[in-house]
Design a binder for this molecule. Structure first.
Ligand code: NAG
Ligand code: NAG
Ligand code: NAG
Ligand code: NAG
Ligand code: NAG
Length: 375
């Protein structure tokens, strides 16, 4: 493990690296890995606790035909949104077997222009490198672009320059809320579990940030000033084999930043993780929450969702913050950002606050999704 390499900003210098190198320089642990574009055969061992490396680093020993690991970023405002996912997974391991991407290394870029028109791109990449320094990660996907995080995860940038899809520009994330695992803050560290549910990991480097996107998409300029978010998920079994459904999302409502994840495993067990900060300071992190769909039709409100469920009008998020009281937020599905067979993503207004206390109606903006393998 203690192989020494000098990390330069140019990824080209280490083109031949095919395994993870780890070094310690200037007190910060660094690592560098190249991810082969085709899946490997063998056992994919996943990270399960915080003692196993960088917070935002790769979480699999290898990517095999049933494991997955991705870095997710989004920025949203009331007018527009963009989501970028740097993926290392076969399409079948994340429940999209109908998709034709032949590589495990690809990027998805989605979003909404202010006029309500959606855009969607998939960019396979033959050369992928992931580096870590301290807890932050950086990645390079040839043919699409790269991301770079600071060692303390307080600042991330993404740079896109893809001739293949005609997209160019940059995204900036200045963190405004502390990083956390499902049940513990990154700063607490010692032996924190990174597992939200069996075979499913979650590390949320940037739960909320002041963010900007400046992109040129097929010649059209897209400028967003809003809230940004970054996390990563991973697993060592195909998602559709272990997951029945989940509601995930993030939002900024008045002084509150919230992140919700309400997950039901294939065997019907519910797992939660609620996150709430006020003016950037933690209020609660843990499992006492519910996220429930609402809508006029009964089929929109079904919980747990089943094959006759239809898309709700929004979600009600209840958080029990113990001594800090109870909170309720309503996320209204105003805009469909992305809709495929297994999930729908929305942006919209989020309102709420402490139950019986001051309610915040704006500015409230967020991005959320309903994932399901229930048909
Ligand atoms: C993995 O195994 C499959 C089936 O035996 C084979 O086609 C493929 O070439 C192997 N991949 C690697 C990277 O060895
Ligand atoms: C991938 O690795 C996991 C974890 O060891 C294992 O359960 C699974 O069978 C492997 N998948 C393949 C296709 O080899
Ligand atoms: C990978 O797994 C999928 C889903 O289980 C299967 O259909 C496919 O044949 C596998 N690919 C290879 C090359 O083994
Ligand atoms: C919205 O803007 C995009 C980008 O300029 C354009 O391609 C699309 O046609 C527009 N849609 C509508 C409904 O005007
Ligand atoms: C609500 O139910 C009506 C009548 O069954 C149906 O036409 C409509 O599509 C449903 N809407 C949603 C969002 O489920």
């Amino acid at each position: 493990m203690a192989q020494k390499v000098t990390l330069q900003s140019s990824f080209g210098l280490v083109l031949l690296a095919i395994s993870i190198f780890v070094s310690v320089a200037g007190g910060l642990e660094k690592s560098f890995a190249s991810v082969p574009p085709l899946f490997s055969n063998g056992s994919s061992i996943m990270v399960t606790t915080s003692s196993q490396g960088a917070f935002d680093g790769p979480k699999l020993s290898i990517v095999n035909n049933s494991s997955f690991d991705w870095w997710y970023f989004d920025i949203c405002s009331e007018e527009a949104s963009v989501q970028i996912v740097f993926i290392t997974s076969t399409v079948s391991a994340i429940g999209h077997p109908e998709s034709s991407v032949p590589l495990v290394t690809y990027v998805t870029l989605n979003g909404l222009f202010p006029n309500g028109t959606a855009f969607a791109y998939v960019v396979p990449s033959m050369s992928v490198y992931i580096a870590t320094e301290g807890d932050g990660s950086s990645g390079f996907y040839d043919g699409f672009g790269s991301w770079k995080g600071t060692p303390d995860m307080s600042y991330y940038t993404i740079s896109v320059d893809s001739e293949a899809i005609g997209v160019k520009g940059a995204l900036y994330f200045q963190s405004a809320a502390p990083a956390r695992y499902p049940l513990q803050f990154a700063a607490e560290r010692a032996g924190s579990t990174e597992v939200l549910a069996p075979n499913f990991g979650w590390a949320n480097a940037v739960p909320d940030s002041d963010a900007q996107a400046h992109l040129s998409i097929g010649g059209t300029k897209l400028h967003i000033v809003g809230r940004g978010y970054h996390d990563k998920n991973w697993g060592d079994a195909p998602m559709q084999d272990t997951t029945k459904t989940w509601y995930w999302g993030h939002a900024k409502v008045g002084p509150y930043a919230i992140v919700w994840f309400d997950y039901i495993s294939r065997d019907g067990q519910e797992y939660y993780s609620a996150y709430l900060t006020k003016n950037g300071a933690p209020v609660i992190l843990g499992s006492s929450m519910t996220v429930r769909p609402y809508g006029r039709n009964e089929t929109q409100r079904l919980y747990p969702p089943n094959p006759s469920s239809t898309e709700p009008d929004g979600f009600i998020i209840n958080i029990d913050a113990g001594n800090a009281g109870k909170f309720e937020f309503t996320a209204s599905n105003d805009n469909v950002v992305q809709a495929i067979d297994v999930y729908t993503r929305w942006t919209g207004q989020v309102t709420g606050g402490p139950v019986g206390g001051e309610q915040f109606y704006g500015p409230g903006v967020g991005l959320w999704e309903w994932m399901r393998f229930i048909s």
